[in-house]
Write a protein that binds this ligand. Structure first.
Ligand SMILES: Cc1cc2nc3c(=O)[nH]c(=O)nc-3n(C[C@H](O)[C@H](O)[C@H](O)COP(=O)(O)OP(=O)(O)OC[C@H]3O[C@@H](n4cnc5c(N)ncnc54)[C@H](O)[C@@H]3O)c2cc1C
Length: 427
């Protein structure tokens, strides 16, 4: 804990959660000259259940934060393409476009490493006060009902009775909920939970000794998880991150536990079984939920904003959330910086000033998530997936169209065009 943390200080912003969304918000705010209190219930660095893929979108924000060169210091896998395997077993490989200024498209590195880079950067900012092991439990409100701070206690004493469980309160002009899926801040604001049809239940483990890993991330569209998929991501340290995601609304309808679906698939799938015959699970399989951007959650109000998973901003097709976590943090910081410039005094920032953040999310992040939702819905159909991947495998022109779609948001929108499906059906 930074010793300057105090209940008497009125911070410009309190950010709850030091994951990618919280660190991004805090860093952009600090670099604009603001005083930030960053709280996390974990002792850092902490583990995070994730697929560990760092895509072009994340790389763009990490470059802006001047942290890109640090990404390749820990063990990492280099990503240059995508392999997709249809339910029929047909497979296709497509190259990814390089990320700007890089000679590859992205990386896979353990989230503990990625997040640690962000957390160390936050720790070295003079205007960020970082408190670890502090669990936020409730919101503070002013006489008008505007959010003006938080209360909580040491996370490792949260179940103890007072005086050991000593509650502390901190105040700020704006509260940023960056506390991930299952956000306590969203719950305390009485926002409805993200519905099960917009949430993936996802699991992952690390396997060593997997044969045939390359610089391609691998997606296997297997029957039991559609419209989700099973992934194999190369970590560059002799292990693969292997996992799958199933919509929460489907989990109950399917009789097998997701861990069993995963272990059965790697033991039996024709394109996986041989590759995993000498593989070993290192540690245990972890699980967490992924709130998708196909659901629109309120993201700002009087004295508060939500970013990252707390705002339900994960790509509904790929399950990629770090990019939008970092991007939403940057957008929130821009809106808060402008609001602090406009509204002097001690009062919580107004809902109308913070609504600029919500408008930015809707205009800059939502369209891609809506397109991805259409892709997710289409990939519930085994027939369409077999046709799509089969055609990409056999027709270079169709494969090129996918490569173009991977590089451009406008081209991705073709999935909403009936002509796209006509092209798919034509030989
Ligand atoms: C299995 C799985 C695979 C995934 N694969 C990928 C992938 O390959 N690539 C990708 O881009 N995304 C992936 N995602 C999504 C990605 O992990 C999230 O979108 C991302 O972590 C969101 O970042 P965040 O900062 O919003 O939240 P988080 O990373 O969850 O951080 C939230 C932080 O808030 C803290 N916190 C929570 N509650 C409190 C509290 N009450 N008080 C104080 N602190 C609190 C937590 O300790 C945590 O540090 C995957 C997710 C899962 C579950």
């Amino acid at each position: 804990m930074n010793s300057s943390a105090s209940a008497d200080i009125l911070y410009d912003a309190i950010v709850v959660g030091a994951g990618p969304s919280g660190c991004s918000t805090a860093l952009f705010l600090a670099r604009a000259g603001h005083q930030v209190l960053l709280l996390d219930k974990a002792r850092l660095p902490r583990e995070k259940v994730c697929g560990d893929a760092v895509s072009g979108k994340s790389i763009g924000v990490l470059r802006e934060l001047d942290l890109l060169s640090q990404l390749t210091k820990p063990a990492h896998g280099v990503i240059n393409g995508l392999m997709m395997v249809a339910p029929s077993g047909k497979e296709v490989r497509v190259p990814f476009p390089n990320a700007r200024d890089l000679d590859c498209a992205g990386y896979c590195l353990r989230r503990q490493s990625t997040d640690s880079i962000l957390q160390q950067a936050a720790k070295s900012e003079p205007t960020i006060t970082l408190i670890e092991n502090f669990a936020v439990r409730s919101l503070e409100r002013d006489a008008q009902g505007n959010v003006c701070g938080v209360s909580g206690c040491d996370a490792d004493r949260a179940t103890a009775a007072p005086p050991l469980n000593h509650e502390r309160t901190y105040r700020a002009r704006v509260l940023v909920g960056a506390d991930g899926s299952g956000s306590v801040i969203a719950r305390s604001l009485s926002l409805p939970p993200v519905p099960p049809e917009h949430t993936f239940m996802a699991i992952r483990g690390y396997w060593s000794g997997v044969a045939g890993l390359s610089d391609h991330i691998e997606l296997f569209f297997i029957d039991q998880v559609l419209p989700g998929y099973l992934w194999v991501f190369p970590m560059g340290d002799g292990t693969a991150n292997v996992g799958l995601g199933i919509l929460v609304s489907d989990v109950k309808k399917r009789s097998k536990h997701p861990n069993k679906v995963l272990t059965d698939a790697i033991a039996q799938h024709p394109q996986l079984a041989a590759r995993f015959s000498n593989a070993k699970l290192e540690g245990s399989i972890g699980a967490w939920t992924i709130p998708n951007g196909s659901y629109v959650r309120a993201s700002s109000g009087p004295g508060w904003v939500l970013v990252g998973d707390a705002a339900s901003l994960v790509d509904p097709f790929s399950g990629e959330g770090v990019g939008n976590a970092l991007s939403s943090g940057r957008l929130a910081a821009q809106a808060i910086d402008a609001a602090l410039g406009k509204e002097a005094g001690d009062a919580p920032l107004s809902a109308s000033a913070l609504a600029h953040y919500t408008s930015s999310v809707e205009s800059l992040l939502r369209p891609e998530m809506q397109t991805s939702y259409k892709l997710q819905q289409a990939s519930r159909s085994k027939f369409l997936l077999n046709l799509f991947i089969g055609k990409a495998a056999s027709k270079p022109a169709f494969r090129q169209m996918i490569i173009d779609m991977l590089g451009s948001d406008e081209k991705k929108e073709q999935v909403a065009d009936p002509l796209f499906y006509l092209k798919l059906l034509l030989p």
